[in-house]
Design a protein around this ligand. Structure first.
Ligand code: FRU
Length: 425
């Protein structure tokens, strides 16, 4: 319903402009943005098919060297997980384990792990050598093997010149390096280089909120978490990322198509207008460093402030868009668990339907609402994530959680089974 309405609005404004002679038929109307509405989010209903099994308090820890959270595998630009010389490689946000886990974000650096079987991981160390130069810290993240080189896209977080530990500036950066296999008993994967980091994309203030515009928002703004995909429909490469709707935080007005079909009597709280999360998109220009911002593909204005780590699985012409959300980032009077949320569309910029009617694909159980976070779905429908807080455990997680296998049929999904810890294939 809502999608059709959004389309209708775009179509109408095009027609209106044509009628006034301001738009010739050869001019392309600006792409439309689909919405995850309040009405759809009100449908969120955790149950056996979308609730993760409880993680036992004696879970294994993959390394004592660092905390591990948001994690992504080395892939190609089609989203496929790649193996090099018999090894899988994953990249994770990491921080020294003597930093309190809740403080980890302010010390994050990308580390990497490698494995022969895609589940037993050896820590390879920091990806970008030395201290970050463009930023105070590195946030998520994706990495691609392209013509034998590794491209690491990440969020350059914080302004290194302002001396503040927690300033929330976010810009998108890339660095490139090599991947070599060392043979022998102590062999493994060595990632080298990555000392050429450069900023390639910043919020424009029009489609995507800048740090300055975010002033007054109750939850940190976003311009982060780049993820690349080549669209089989046009052969072009795009970057998805997490953003907020451009403009000053307090100025957004909740439109009817953002509210959607809500039950009679549903009142949109005034504070809902501060919640403006979106899945942003940029199209590649002349090189992998050159990106053009386009209007978001999905916005959750008045529904959710953060659509984190957006990524996709494209299967038989269906575009499955996944994102993660915390419970606390839902707008007032909406409720959803910390979880993985998904949408399916008929094209990259298509009409997106929330999976299972509401978007909820995997949620933490009520008994352990913070047990895991930051799910990432591979084309094999495996969802990996990290462990945060498990009731009864005497320490935080900071390690990979049991992977969950999903069954996906059209616009409905269910959790099929739990696999080992940190399995990616
Ligand atoms: C999700 C997230 C990402 C961000 C990172 C920072 O867990 O908020 O969006 O890049 O954590 O630690």
């Amino acid at each position: 319903m809502t999608r059709l309405r959004t389309r209708a609005v775009a179509a109408l404004s095009g027609t209106a402009l044509l009628a006034t002679g301001m738009l010739t038929s050869s001019v392309q109307a600006e792409p439309t943005t689909d919405h995850w509405t309040r009405g759809e989010a009100l449908e969120i209903s955790p149950g056996p098919s979308n609730t993760a099994p409880a993680i036992p308090p004696d879970f294994p820890v993959m390394t004592d060297d660092v905390w591990v959270w948001d994690t992504w595998p080395l892939t190609n630009l089609d989203g496929e997980v790649v193996k090099v010389g018999g090894y899988n490689v994953i990249f994770s946000l990491t921080a020294p384990r003597d930093i309190p886990f809740p403080e980890r974000h302010w010390y994050a650096e990308i580390g990497y792990f490698y494995s022969h079987n895609g589940s037993d991981w050896t820590y390879g160390g920091d990806l970008h050598p030395g201290e970050p130069t463009l930023s105070d810290r590195e946030w998520a993240g994706s990495a691609y093997l392209i013509d034998g080189e590794v491209y690491s896209y990440f969020t350059a977080s914080g302004d290194p010149n302002d001396g503040e530990l927690k300033d929330p500036l976010q810009r998108i950066a890339v660095a490139t390096g090599t991947l070599e296999i060392e043979h022998g008993r102590n062999g493994g994967v060595v990632l080298d280089g990555f000392d050429d980091a450069r900023i390639i994309l910043e919020a424009d203030g029009e489609h995507y909120q800048t740090l300055e515009q975010s002033e007054g928002a109750p939850i940190i703004y976003a311009f982060r978490d780049p993820w690349l995909i080549t669209d089989p429909a046009d052969g072009r490469t795009y970057m998805l990322f997490e953003g907020n709707t451009g403009g000053d935080a307090q100025e957004h007005v909740c439109d009817p198509w953002e509210i959607g079909d809500v039950p009679p009597g549903h009142v949109v709280p005034d504070e809902a207008r501060y919640y403006t999360g979106n899945v942003g998109i940029a199209s590649m220009g002349t090189s992998l460093d050159d990106w053009n911002l386009e209007p978001p593909i999905l916005a959750a204005n008045c529904t959710n402030q953060q659509l984190e780590r957006p990524h996709m699985v494209i299967e038989n012409g269906d575009y499955y868009l996944f994102t993660i959300s915390h419970e606390f980032t839902f707008a007032p009077d909406l409720q959803g668990p910390d979880g993985l949320y998904g949408f399916v569309g008929d094209s990259l910029r298509g009409d997106y339907d929330p999976l299972n009617g509401s978007g909820l694909v995997i949620g933490n159980p009520d008994s352990a609402p913070l047990q895991a976070y930051s799910w990432y779905v591979t084309p094999q429908w495996l969802a990996e994530s990290f462990i945060d807080t498990v009731p009864g455990a005497d320490h935080y997680g900071g390690t990979l959680a049991p992977t969950l296998r999903l069954n996906v049929q059209g616009d409905s999904t269910r959790i099929l089974n739990e696999m080992g810890y940190g399995v990616i294939r």
